[in-house]
Design a protein around this ligand. Structure first.
Ligand SMILES: [Mg+2]
Length: 221
């Protein structure tokens, strides 16, 4: 049985890559400080995760180092639409059938997710993720810090606010996806390992999915 709601992660789940990494590599491609900046971005990610600085501050500082503009974002989208995880691409029809019950909850960016999930006909209103702030020159200068996804524990904050009812399944590759069951309303968490397999995530899972076919088989459709 398909659940009342299925929450799916984006980075390394629906797509094979991490969208922010893709954007970083494009934006810094010809930058003289590329390696140095990629390293700083990595340490800001860590500092945000362990709470040395707030999560949205970490995100905004990373954005500043990226020095990305709208054309970089568009180029990244061009790459991401070609990076849909094979078992999701293969089962597009199944996803379209259940699109009313499917939600994308991602620490990535709406702008880069919506075009990628368009072939699955997932509603824009079913996509919850961060949002870029641009200046007049179309440079990204930060992220919308009012968005729950820009805060620590953002996925849990967001999904709690949605007040979903009934059986709620979560599919993702990360610990923050598992937290939707540990600290949020999800009934079951499935670790998705087609792209990355993390031990500390799999050990908490109600089931391990080698691919999306494994999930379809379980729902009995
Ligand atoms: Mg992920």
């Amino acid at each position: 049985m398909f659940p009342d709601h299925l929450i799916i992660d984006f980075d390394s789940t629906i797509i094979t890559k991490e969208s922010l990494d893709e954007l970083a590599h494009i934006a810094l491609k010809d930058h003289p400080e590329k390696e140095n900046r990629l390293q700083k971005i990595e340490s800001l990610t860590q500092a945000g995760m362990v709470g040395e600085i707030t999560f949205d501050e970490s995100l905004s500082q990373r954005m500043a180092l990226l020095n990305a503009d709208r054309s970089d974002v568009e180029m990244a989208i061009g790459q991401l639409v070609k990076s849909i995880t094979p078992s999701f691409a293969k089962n597009a029809e199944f996803i379209r059938k259940y699109k009313e019950n499917i939600w994308i909850i991602s620490g990535g960016f709406r702008e880069m997710i919506i075009p990628v999930v368009a072939p699955f006909e997932i509603h824009e209103t079913h996509v919850f993720a961060n949002e870029f702030i641009y200046d007049e020159a179309q440079k990204i200068i930060g992220v919308d810090s009012n968005n729950p996804m820009a805060k620590a524990g953002g996925k849990v904050l967001q999904v709690n606010a949605m007040e979903l009812e009934g059986e709620i399944h979560v599919i993702g590759d990360g610990y923050t996806d598992y937290e939707l069951k540990a600290n949020g309303p999800a009934s079951r968490f499935f670790a998705f390992t087609e792209n990355v397999k993390r031990k500390n995530v799999c050990s908490h899972a109600d089931g391990i999915l080698n691919n999306f076919d494994d999930y379809i088989r379980m729902t009995g459709d």
